[in-house]
Structure formats: C-alpha cells, structure tokens
Design a protein around this ligand. Structure first.
Ligand SMILES: Cc1cc2nc3c(=O)[nH]c(=O)nc-3n(C[C@H](O)[C@H](O)[C@H](O)COP(=O)(O)OP(=O)(O)OC[C@H]3O[C@@H](n4cnc5c(N)ncnc54)[C@H](O)[C@@H]3O)c2cc1C
Length: 430
C-alpha cells in the first residue's frame, strides 16, 4: 500500500512535467517545500514525448526573452538535464527573411549568441562550411543560434524530478486531481484527489495537454472574447484547440550526424518553398513544407507540420505515434533534400514512440497567470519543453515577487488586446 497523501500542503503542484517539476525545484531552492501530484508519473505527459528542441527563434519579443532565460537554466547543469548545447539553425525562403532578420536583431540586443546569413549564396556557403554534403536549394535566410540545442526528453524530466526531490519537494505518482473546493473568497481551500482531499494554501496547475479538464473544474471560461490590436473584438473563441505533432525517426547512426568540425549537429529547422522529391525523383509535394530534425539517442529524430485536430480531443490515454500516411515520405525526403548523407533515409524510417497532441490557447501563446486568487496556471500552449525557466519565475511569483518574464503572458491580454505580434510562419509555434 502506498503511503496516504498528506492531508494538507502549503503549495500543491498538479503535474509532473517540465513546469510542475521546475516549479518544485525552484521553490525548494528558496526553502519552500511543495507537494507534486501526477495522475500517472513523472514525464508521463508531453514533456516525456517532446522532440526536445531548445531554441530561441521566436518572433515575439516576450517569447525570445523568456527563452534566453530558459537556455541559461538548461546550461546550468547539462549532465543532470541531459542537455546538448549544439545550437539551432533555422533556414527559410524569401517569405521568412524579414521575420528572421528581426529575430536576429533582437537576439543581438539581448546578447543571445547567433549569426544571420541572407541571400541564397551566403546561406549555401554557411551550410556547406557546416556540412560538406548540404544541398538544399532556394533557402535565402539562415539564423544560426549558437546557444540552445536539444535534450533527451524522459531522461531530462527525471533529472529535473531528482533535483526537485533533492531540494525538498515530495512527488506522488498515481495521484489524480478530480476537483476543487472553493472558499467564500473564490480561492481553492481543498483539492480533491482519487486518494482523498488535501487542504491547500496555494495551487500550481501544470497539466500540459490536460489543461481543458482542470480549467473546467476551476470554473474558468471555455470560450472567450478576444480584443484584437486593431480594436475589433473577436467573440466567443474556444479557449483551447488541439494540434497533433507528427514526429518520427530514421535509424541513422547519430554519430554520423555531425558537422564538418566533427561536432554533434545543431538542430536543423527548414521551411522551404521548393518542390520536394523523393530519392527516386517522384514529387512528394509542390506546396511549401517545413521540417525539423536532430540527433537522438539511437537515430535522427524530428517532425513536420502539426495537424489541427479541433476544439475537443480525448487526451486519455495520451496519444502518440500517429502520423498521416504521407508523413514518413515527406519527412525522409526532406532530410535527403537537405543533406546527401540522408539519401535512402526512407528505408531507415521507423515509427517509434514519438509525436503527440498539444493544447493551444486562443492566441497560441502561453497563459502563465493566477486564474483564481491562489491558483497559478502554467499553460504553455505547447511551446514548453524548452521553457524550463518558467518554474523558476513561478516560484518567484508565489513568493510575492514580480516576474517581468511572465507578465506578457497574463490572461488579461485577451480582454485588453495586449497580444503578441504574429510572424509569417504558417505554424503555431513561431
Ligand atoms: C510530440 C511533441 C513534441 C514536442 N516537442 C517540443 C520540443 O521539441 N521543444 C519544446 O520546447 N516543446 C515541445 N513540445 C511541447 C512540450 O512538450 C510541452 O509544451 C510541455 O512538455 C508541457 O509541459 P507541462 O509540464 O505543462 O505538461 P506535461 O509534460 O504534459 O505534464 C503534465 C502532467 O500532468 C499530469 N496530469 C494531468 N492531469 C492531471 C490530474 N488531473 N491530476 C494529476 N496529474 C495530472 C499528467 O499525467 C502529466 O504527467 C512538444 C510537444 C509534443 C506533444
């Protein structure tokens, strides 16, 4: 029989993913113990399936500043966090030049190490210097971030859990939150679980793709009006929408996915408007396409465009490993389109435990805010494996400090129109 859950907790954190555990770790470092509940276990959710890409390439100033802080946390303990600081390279067609130029300018201002190449010749020259077999045509902008890279998903989250425990947090797996009892002021007085009730002072909600169910339990609105920066109100929009992230792997020795200098490859993200053919010359798509890939433990892992799946989605059991029939062809062809070493990658494709669903907010950016007087919600809109510093900032806020990094992500922005700028990227992740 597992021990009974404590009858009370000063700070109760729901979710053993990156945000819950980072919050517990940083609270512990401040001398504040917390209780973390996870209905399944550490890394059971999106954090344990994420591709693990850690980058700063965001068009929105607030996202960019927050990511810089996140990279610092990853760099603070690469070993325990299974972090590989190989960097990140984003490449795009002419339509993305202005966005990446702006991102680069901001990175220079905030001291984030990156270099920019504009024009097809300059881009090709830079990529050839990194990879002698580079061969993707038509890319006219390249942002090469020298910080960031990737981490191994489950290992890193378990490492984070170890840090949280060492700092004094208690983590209880198999404990599911089923409801909340409010007091007269609208604050949560008691959290109900499948193993009994817990009296609480503060609650942190960090449940990733399960956010809609907890949101409902807290009595928060499922549809909202959003004031646009031009003054128009878009009424009755769904607070949560689901996208499915398609990811896969090729059984290509990661030790061969290196740069000309013999270093492990940076993460590569390519958006292209060029026709994509397979190795036999058959047309895969004439539409713009986008992919990302990186070395993984036993292969090369990555993904392509996410698929919108609507306003309702059953996240139990958590879905993983589903891709459109055309995904393996497209993704493998894109690898080979970029690097000669990946010719024949389609034969090496395997559908491993990867990919999954994410819950996106109404504007596709995170909500990090108090949603009830003592309930702080970390809903990262599926941007968040890399966002390991959010927990550090939540710990500050719970201690009564202000976080200028989290302030732009307050819920109130939907009412006041203080929204984030939107890039030219066709995907909800830039
Ligand atoms: C396929 C895929 C690839 C991704 N790749 C990247 C990437 O490369 N880089 C990046 O930055 N981001 C990536 N993301 C996004 C990222 O994974 C998520 O944004 C992030 O992991 C969310 O972390 P979290 O802590 O909020 O939630 P999760 O990691 O999902 O953790 C939530 C936990 O809450 C628990 N829980 C849920 N409901 C309850 C309840 N009622 N009671 C108790 N416990 C509960 C769950 O069991 C789960 O363990 C990816 C996402 C997906 C799906």
């Amino acid at each position: 029989m597992p021990d009974r859950l404590p009858a009370s907790a000063s700070i109760l954190i729901i979710g053993g993913g990156v945000h819950g555990l980072s919050t517990a770790w940083h609270l512990g470092r401040r001398g504040r113990p917390s209780l973390v509940l996870d209905k399944q276990g550490v890394a059971a959710g999106a954090s344990g399936i994420a591709c693990g890409v850690i980058r700063n390439n965001y068009f929105q100033p607030a996202m960019s500043e927050l990511m810089a802080a996140c990279v610092e946390v990853w760099e603070s303990d690469p070993e325990s966090l299974h972090y590989h600081g190989t960097g990140y390279v984003a490449l795009g067609p002419p339509a993305q030049e202005s966005d990446l130029i702006e991102v680069h300018e901001r990175q220079q201002r905030i001291g984030y190490p990156s270099e920019l190449h504009v024009g097809e010749d300059a881009v090709t020259q830079h990529m050839h210097s990194l990879y002698p077999d580079w061969r993707a045509p038509g890319l006219t902008v390249c942002l090469h971030e020298h910080a960031g890279g990737y981490a191994f998903n489950r290992e890193s989250i378990r490492g984070l859990a170890d840090k949280a425990r060492a700092a004094g947090a208690e983590i209880r797996e198999g404990a599911q939150v089923t409801g909340f009892a409010l007091d007269g002021s609208g604050a949560v007085a008691r959290v109900e679980t499948n193993q009994g009730d817990i009296d609480v002072d503060q609650v942190v909600v960090a449940v990733g793709p399960w956010i809609a169910s907890i949101w409902r339990m807290l009595g928060l609105p499922e549809r909202i009006d959003v004031l646009q920066p031009d003054g128009e109100v878009r009424p009755d929009l769904p607070m949560w929408t689901y996208w499915y992230l398609q990811e896969g792997e090729v059984a290509f020795d990661p030790a061969r996915f290196t740069t000309a200098a013999g270093r492990s490859s940076p993460v590569l993200h390519i958006d292209s408007d060029q026709p994509l053919h397979d190795d036999a010359g058959r047309l895969i798509t004439a539409e713009p396409w986008g992919v990302y890939f990186k070395p993984d433990r036993r292969g090369v892992q990555g993904g392509a465009q996410p698929l919108p799946v609507g306003e309702r989605f059953d996240v139990d059991p958590y879905p993983t490993g589903t891709v459109e029939p055309g995904f393996p062809d497209l993704w493998s062809a894109a690898l080979s389109h970029c690097l000669g070493r990946f010719e024949g990658a389609r034969e090496l494709y395997r559908q491993v435990r990867s990919g999954g669903v994410g819950a996106f907010t109404v504007d596709n950016f995170p909500v990090f805010d108090y949603m009830l007087p003592n309930v702080f919600v970390a809903a990262d809109s599926n941007h968040g494996y890399k966002m390991i510093a959010v927990g550090r900032e939540i710990a500050r806020v719970l201690e009564g400090e202000h976080s200028s990094l989290l302030h732009p992500f307050r819920f109130e922005r939907f009412r006041t129109g203080d929204l984030h700028p939107v890039s030219h990227s066709p995907y909800p992740w830039s």
